[in-house]
Structures are given as structure tokens and as C-alpha cells.
Design a protein around this ligand. Sequence first.
Ligand code: 5GP
Length: 178
Amino acid sequence: MADVLIHDKVFTPFISREIIRQRILSLAGKINHDYAGKNPLMIGILNGSFIFAADLFRELAIESEISFIKLASYKGTSTTGHVVTAIGMEENLHGRHIIIVEDIVDTGKTLSAFLPEIHQRQPASVKIATFLTKPDALKFDVKADYCCFEIENKFVVGYGLDYDGLGRNFPDLYILKS
Ligand code: 5GP
């Protein structure tokens, strides 16, 4: 596979679609096992997670539901600090088993700010499924329960992840060429 140019940067092939598919099958197998009979509600965080969420959801063989939200970030008061709120969350989460679906947990800032809003709605359980984590970049107390790949602390595009709007449609994952 060849390098690609997006805007001003060159990206090089990193994880192929075949390997991605294998990991998704294995992750779906774990979720099928852990959530049998629980009708989990997957909540995909837009935009980045839409391809991962769709591929993962298609492989679930158990009764399960999916919904998508967008996160809006703003600076709260001095007591509330950084606030991340959900746009489009209409489901009643009370008593439900929630699986938050992310494209990537980088510093963990977004999820650590957003998870309290989920917990306020009194779900039965909350777990995080993410396509990628960057363990060396993690700064907040967020633990991914299901993760396809742990990667180095470099910028990646493809498989739903963009660089300034472009690259989301690449079936493979690319990494910034140094
Ligand atoms: P966090 O709040 O965990 O630091 O950041 C999470 C968000 O940052 C992700 O949902 C994603 O939108 C963006 N992000 C972090 N690292 C990357 C990366 O390597 N590539 C792309 N395309 N987005 C990233």
C-alpha cells in the first residue's frame, strides 16, 4: 500500500483492513459473551466512531441496541470546570447496560468529562469500547474495557478518523509519517 497525502501531511499505511476486521470479530465475541441476555445499548460518539460502531454492531449476535450522540464541549463555572454534554441523547438510560463506543481514547479528557452525565442517568452499568487507545498519551482516569488496538502516541487517520475533515473513508488505518 502507498503513502497518502492529506492537506499538507503524508501518512503511511499502519493497520490493514484485514487485521482491523479480525480484531473486531474478536471484540464482538467478547461482548456477545459478556452481554448475553442483557440487551446492551451501544452509544457511539460522533463523528469518529461511526464506522467502528457499525462494524462492531453488525457482529453482535445478541439482542442489542445502538444510538449515536455528538459531544459539545464548553467551559463551565469555576466549580463545574470543563463540561462535556451530549447532543441527541434521547434514550432512557435508567437500568440499561451502556457501552460507550469511541474511535480513540487519547488523553481521556473527553470521556472523563462526559461520563458523569451518563452516570447521572442511573444506568445499570457503563463500559467503554474503543477502536484505539494511546497509552502514552493518557492523562485522565479513563479505562477502556474493550479496545481493538493500543498504538503509539502519533496521529492516525482512516477507518472513521479524520485529519481536518479528510481521511475518514479510508478502509485502512494510516499513521503520520515522521
Ligand atoms: P481525548 O479527549 O481522549 O484526548 O481525545 C479524544 C478525541 O481526540 C478523539 O475522539 C479524536 O476525535 C481526537 N483524536 C485523538 N487522537 C487522534 C488521532 O491520532 N487521530 C485523529 N484523527 N483524531 C484523534
